[in-house]
Ligand binder design. Sequence first.
Ligand code: F6P
Length: 340
Amino acid sequence: MRIGLLTGGGDCPGLNAAIRAVVKRGTSDLGCSIVGFNNGWRGVIDGDARPLTRDDVSGILVHGGTMLGTARCHPHKVDGGMEAVRDTFDNEKLDAFICIGGDGTLKAAGKVSKELGVPVIGIPKTIDNDVVGTDAAIGFDTAVSVATEAIDRLHSTAESHNRVMVVELMGRHSGWIAVTAGIAGGADIIIAPEEPFDIGQIVKRIKHRHRYKDFSIVAVAEGAVPAEGTKWKGGETLDAKGNPIAGSIGTEVTKAIEEATGFTSRLTTLGYVQRGGIPTAADRLLGTRMGFSAIDGIVAGETHKFTALQGEKIVLEPFETMMGKTKWVPEQLLHAARSL
Ligand code: F6P
């Protein structure tokens, strides 16, 4: 079989592990040819392809990012995009695609397989961890480790200066990184989009804590929003598409806390650091396992599915499981974040 392979959406650590697994398993064990497309669906539309061999993927396991490059491009949203994907599929004499991406890229993959009748298997990656149907997406574990280390480091400087340290973490729609790294790093206040916040309550909790401690750590997800009806004087934090403007909710929360408490407050916006660098062992393993499952599935004739970690197993789930949905942080974790 000839299989097209691409990575789309925001990059993250662990993508190369998945690419390597698809290429090694596909070429050595299953007799496949793997065609790599540069820059996600953009490369498929443009026919920007190259063959991938074992040699090409040798040594990439520990590298962050993606050797194929990536782009936020969805063929169904580009004029003539779907037709161009069909043309490339035919011109390259492909039998299937394996597409590694987050919710947008996988949704596009679902449309390609359904509307063009082309076999596609997806592999979920996103540091946001918000893909429904899988316990984890590639990249999340590394992002949580980076964020937890940042919170650890903020503790000593917060304590030395008696400051409130606000750290803004990625998480466009859901607050997986803020909640899990916040709990793991011992943040005093954790603010996630799942629970719109009341700045009055946050201020009250910080004032209470400062009766016996001189510093606080506040972890806020970039997608966090104030609850309706609460006294919030902060500025706009979302862009016209409803996506968070990086650094804005952190800035507003920091200002509001300082004004209301009188405690010196500082903001750290962790940003793209969470998406860069070497993958953790867990992400290398997840990428490898999902890569194997995707290529095995395609060769076995599976299509219109994505690889999903469910308990101890990697299974194949229909794209419909995740399309148009968001995996929210569950109440049990939110409860821990509130209570600690
Ligand atoms: O890939 C997920 C993510 O890192 C979000 O957490 C963040 O809001 C967004 O991507 C940033 O997007 P971009 O890379 O387009 O700036």
